[in-house]
Design a protein around this ligand. Sequence first.
Ligand code: ADP
Length: 552
Amino acid sequence: MTERYYRVLRIKLIIMALCFSLIPLLALGVTIYYLFSAAYSERILGALRTLAQNRARAVELFLDERCSQLVTVAHSHPLSHLSDESHLARIFTVMQSRSTSLIDIGVIDDRGNHLAYVGPYYDKLKGVNYAHEGWFLAVMSTGLYVSDVFLGFRGVPHFVIAVAAQEGTRTWILRATINSEVVENIVRGGMVGKTGDAFIINTSNVLQTAPRFSGHLLGRPAAPNFSSSVDTRVEEVDYRGVKSLYATARVKQPKWILVIKEDPKEGMASLFRARHVGGGILAIGALLVIAGAILTTRSITGEMIRVERERAKSDQLMVQSSKMTALGKMAAGVAHEINNPLQVISEQAGWMKDLLSKSDEASFSNLGEFQECIGTIERHVDRCRTITHRLLRFGRRMEPTQELSDVNQLLAETITFLENEALSREIRIETSYSDRLPRITSDPAQLQQIFLNILINAIDAIGKSGSIRVATRCDSNRPREIVIEVSDTGPGIPRDLVGRIFDPFFTTKAPDQGVGLGLAICHSIVEKLGGQISVASTEQTGAVFTIRLPVV
Ligand code: ADP
């Protein structure tokens, strides 16, 4: 399988893992956030609505109490009594004993004449006639009237509660001025947070209490016009580019509207905080999921690659060893077949030699040359016999064995296989064998395969002209091991590739010259034999392969 295949597989696995974990995580996060923010907004808006309702009810309650107080006084005292200012002053003092919410009190007859007055504006108000005043006309027709805030004869903003009483055929009015600060204090209870505001407007959108920030009593509020608002409402309104939450509630008598304004950022601060914390947790969760998906996928594909390589390696080893076994059998067969004719040639040559030895030079011309030829035939037959013996030995060794092996001899034999190749490439093979090298119990065929691979690599690395040194020695520090060193004068192995040369299929050679299995096989065989193989390389001095084998 190619690297590309595993890269694509890894990306696919990561995408799948992310889809199955991130999408539910995000969906859960977003759903929880929206449900939470909807519930939270509803709670905030509900709280604002309740606050407005409560403040409006408190104002109503306050005014109702003042109205009943006046109604009680008006209906429980005769006009003659109340028209007496000293008497009225006593009643006023009693009325004020529990709360100082009234500024003054006065009695007016049905023609608008101020009959009696107790309060701080005595000089201004004592003699005035209210016959043409709006509140006077209203109370005469309705019996009880609570006015809006107005300036009146005193020229100071105030509002009044007036009660009409009947005495015989005569109607008269008891009127009290309300301290609007008390109403303002009630309204102020609705100011929420650092920027919140609360005020009352009348049906003409005129301020009946002073707002906290902009606007003044009897002016216009710096807010949308809620004067026609009928019921309790909460809404977010953009007023002159600033978004605010507004809650309005109606005060029944007089027809006032209480307005509470709140900065949504303040009201929703906890929600925004929760959003940030939730977003942070979600982001950390997503990062962990991504990291987890990448790490898990990497480890899975890494394991797959490892297993795949192991399988390929063992497949190749099997192919290689079965090839070598077949080659060994073939070599043994060929050697055996050639041995018989060689035997015949050798016998015939010996026979000819015997015959020639009985002839004399006089009767046999060229006898000397014939004898020389027979000698040459015998020498070459001997050489062939050596080769066939070697081939037979090689063939026998293809089967895995455990024999007492002489490593020096095995190396020398292996080198003879490559001598011609080395010669043609002007490569000298120097040997330095230790005479004290103990024989080891191992598989000679496999050892030869290791030496062959390393020597072929060294010849390939040098290319043309150079030298290879093959040395064996004992290590005094490790007496149970022998050491074989093969060094060459080739270009060496680049530092970044040193760690990869024993990997299966790692090669720097052209596809028709190398498959990258030689060293992998060497590594695997050496390990199986209980030894170690390592490489040291500098780009200037070539490569040095060191094999350590146990002396068993
Ligand atoms: P192959 O010979 O088919 O390339 P090997 O496993 O035998 O496979 O070698 C792997 C690689 O190690 C070679 O392609 C080469 O790059 C590097 N190598 C092996 N021996 C030597 C050496 N003596 N000098 C430099 N490079 C070497």
